[in-house]
Design a binder for this molecule. Sequence first.
Ligand code: PEP
Ligand code: MG
Length: 766
Amino acid sequence: MILDTLRQIVGHVGRARDLDAALKAIVHGVRDALEVAVSSVYLLPRTQVGRPDARLVLMANEGLAAEAVGHVSMGLDEGLVGLVAQRAEPLNLDNAPLHPRYKHIANIGEEAYHAFLGAPILLRGEVLGVLVVQDREPRHFSDDQESFLVTLAAQLASSIIQAEISEAVMVPTGTSSRQLSRAAEPLRGVPGASGVAFGVAVVMYPLADLEGVPDRVCDDPQQELQRLRVAREAVRKDFALLRQSMASRVTEEECALFDAFAMMLDSESLLQGMERRILAGQWAPSALRDTVREYAAVFAGMDDDYLRQRGDDVRDLGSRILEHLQDVEGLELDYPPRTILVGREITVTHLASVPEGRLAGIVSARGSSSSHVALLARALGVPAVMGATDLPVERLDGRELFLDGYRGAVHVEPQGVLREALERLVGEEAQLSAELATLRDEPAITPDGVSVHLYVNVGLLADMAPADNVGAEGIGLYRTEIPFQVRDNFPGEDEQARVYREVLAAYAPRPAVLRTLDVGGDKPLSYFPIIEDNPFLGWRGMRLTLDHPDIFLTQVRAMLTANVGLDNLRILLPMISGVGELDEALELIARARDELREEGLPIGEVPVGVMIEVPSAVYQIDALAKRVDFLSVGTNDLTQYLLAVDRNNARVAPLYDSLHPSVLRALAEIVAGGRRANCPVSVCGELAGDPLGALVLLGFGIGSLSMSAGSLPRIKRVIRSVPLEHASRLAHAALDCERGEDVRQLLRDALRSYGLGSLVRSDADV
Ligand code: PEP
Ligand code: MG
């Protein structure tokens, strides 16, 4: 019962069209559920969250004087509401006026109420506001009531933020000063790929996902109405066919479900809702989305279980109509010259669909800096903001955005002085790129004369050209899973050999490291589905290919064949967690080589390396190193597994830190192990392409770094500016730090002292 009520309130809030409606739904739902006289929500303006001088504003209320809303406010050191926020703890009082912190506010009628219960609204440890209920007679709220309010407050935080942002974006030049100050606030995500850019948002959304449909205006309402008619007719036919095909399998009664759907399809109110919206200028998909939302909300608010479930039917019907609308829509998207791809989840396929030269940036609600889309953005040299969980995707299509890939921030249609500052930043960035481009043919040598080898990470044929333009010494990591991902079945040996030959030939005689298939985890193959509770700890990389030696042998044979006459191939093995796996893989490689030799091909010896990206491999470094020709550290996974932080989960993104002292200690172990075995160590994880990371890696004595093409010029600049002797002092000092922030600060200060501050912008710079 309590759970049902909670679900209902959270549902109403989630569907509210703006912040005001969301807050009204909260106070109404709470007052009803707890049967109390007064219910209120106080919020801190977003610009004040986390500040000691912040003031809580009464934003919605039932039970007190109506004029109080928007006018009553109190500091964190004032009143009981301030106390709840200050302590970030619930407060349950029988008789509030007796409490020393009670503060009387005149003319709102509060003096009549004695019982008080307040719960903080917290998001990731930060107080956003306070939820309060009050009752006339002195009494203690029960444990159940208290836990109801606390649970609700915990569930509401992200919906409130979502409603606030959505409203700010919808009304960029809002009427009240409160709205205006919010619109100037950027949307926050995490840095995905460096750089800054202005561009126009093109929203990508999965087909038939009603909630992902963006707002778009239509120029020709009659045409939209016609599209809607065609789509409804198509759904009607679907239902008739479904009914027919089910008739022999289920009872007539169960078949009647399809009639109910058909009736709903013809419902006057549903139809009118959609027509009204289209005639008011919406395109058919968003008119459908809003009408369906409205009806589903009506059903969701009903007490009867059966009727409540009809809300799901309305949504189901909406998705079916949408599917057909999308058929007629013909998915030809118009990509403006400076396209910023925006979506709940931007995929590699979305990237590939943008015509060459038009992609200016990427914003994705899901994912983090080590997601593959972010890696590709870096390869293509465009900024990316990932993990922008509160992104109001539906409101952004066609809007001008400013992306800041250094700080993970997105501004929607920035104006005035802010716009001028951002334009200045774009100018400075262009100047930096021009300066960096002049380094293309300069050697990567430190001022004290030590050469560092710089390679690129590639995966799409599209990123081969930019990679070649930055003056890399070769390919340090070719992720073979990407050509596997963009197909709909396993490529055969000949086809693979053709792709690999192209890659090797593009760089010969410079070396090219091809990594064997690393699918599983966050890299799925549509034609080889793997369903697991913990994919990153499951059937991934080497584990999968050792269980399928056929896949592995085919791939290695294709690599070796492609190498004939070029001789620049190196093979790299991913996700090795112990010597057993490595020995098995080495045997299979030898078998592939022998088979091909027997078939008459002149197969030479090829260097084989192992990725160090699982903590167990760090502790077996000597045993692994003595078996192979090189070690390549995958800091993306090593960080994920060492810190137990999912590399794609935006919620824990602040914890994902490749400069964490534990990661640095593991790196030091690996370097020492490599030295003992006389086995060269390189780094191909993203840390190598981060100016701070490269500095510390250099200091550890790692002489070979592989990174996205977009990062390489910056790293060359670092190498050419900082003497190795200073880098190694910094690396030692970093090992003594206790926190990632301290390491960052140390390295950032060092880079600034060489005039390289522009390579590592931070919040303080804007
Ligand atoms: C790594 O884990 O650091 C790495 C380079 O591999 P991937 O990002 O492809 O998992
Ligand atoms: Mg990896």
